[in-house]
Design a protein around this ligand. Structure first.
Ligand SMILES: C[S@@+](CC[C@H](N)C(=O)[O-])C[C@H]1O[C@@H](n2cnc3c(N)ncnc32)[C@H](O)[C@@H]1O
Length: 267
């Protein structure tokens, strides 16, 4: 299926985008032929990848339900992607209809599709911005009237920090985001890793350099740095399927095959 509506004119359909490749792996319809070709190449090198992406989205859903149960009513979702299966606002508002969600993505297709899907939902907003501009993002989220910095906030960085090279200071970005939040706030991070991975994964990582968003695999210790002085909730920073699993699933025997860590920490 091709993209149907809400696609801006300035989209380069000859160059794959990480958001659309991810959408394809999740079974969504918001992708072009060029994205599907790259997805097929990546999948041939890392057959687990589609499951890994589903594991990431599944981790995000479990964590959002946990955060709502902890009393969180506002979410800032950075690198939110194309709202395909199980969006943050659906999960959060299902548990608490008052929950507010601001989605942020750098990809114009993700932003256009998010706006189309969220039209009419007054407790959600969409910002077209780069994670590397944390101050602008926070200011716009407050201006939208959806985020109140005097109250606990959940900052979600699911599957996005591995697109930020060290040169752009992902540690500084997360520190800035943590610093603006009130006590009782949370930070969620999921991030691809080279830990326990076979050499093919590195070849797939090189293929990602063909998108505007090359993937930077990082170790457990490096990813831990993003939580700063926040306290990780149980079970800590773990392979995605090990974070409060609700059912038996893929990678139970070899959780490292998921190739990504996830964790949630409290201020
Ligand atoms: C793998 S998807 C993750 C989607 C969603 N957060 C999830 O975990 O299911 C990564 C998203 O991050 C976005 N992204 C990549 N680099 C970004 C940046 N520098 N600023 C904002 N978004 C970015 C991509 O466009 C894509 O939509």
């Amino acid at each position: 299926m091709e993209l149907s509506s809400g696609v801006p004119d300035d989209i380069d359909v000859t160059r794959p985008s990480a958001a659309r490749v991810y959408d394809y792996f999740l079974g969504g319809a918001h992708n072009f032929e060029v994205d599907r070709q790259l997805a097929a190449q990546i999948a041939s090198l890392t057959p687990n990848l589609a499951q890994t992406m589903r594991a990431n989205r599944s981790f995000l859903r479990r964590a959002v339900r946990y955060l709502v149960a902890e009393g969180i009513e506002q979410f800032l979702d950075l690198g939110s992607g194309i709202p395909t299966v199980g969006n943050v606002h659906e999960v959060a508002q299902d548990a608490n209809p008052q929950a507010r969600v601001v989605y942020v993505d750098v990809d114009p297709v993700a932003v256009a599709q998010s706006r189309a899907i969220l039209d009419g939902n007054k407790r959600t907003g969409v910002i077209h911005a780069d994670v590397r501009e944390p101050d602008r993002i926070v200011a716009e989220a407050v201006d939208l009237g959806l985020i109140d910095l005097s109250r606990p906030l959940a900052v979600l960085l699911a599957g996005v920090l591995h697109f930020i090279p060290d040169a752009d200071d992902p540690t500084g970005i997360t520190a800035r985001l943590r610093s603006v939040t009130a006590p009782g706030s949370f930070l969620l991070v999921s991030h691809a890793t080279q830990d326990g991975q076979p050499p093919e994964v590195l070849a797939a990582q090189r293929l990602s350099a063909r998108t505007d968003t090359e993937i930077h695999l990082r170790s457990h210790d490096r990813i831990l740095e993003y939580f700063g002085d926040f306290t990780l909730v149980e079970p800590g920073l773990v392979f995605l399927t090990r974070w409060r699993p609700e059912q038996v699933g893929d990678f139970d025997e070899h959780p490292e095959q998921v190739g990504a860590y996830g964790g949630v920490a409290r201020k």
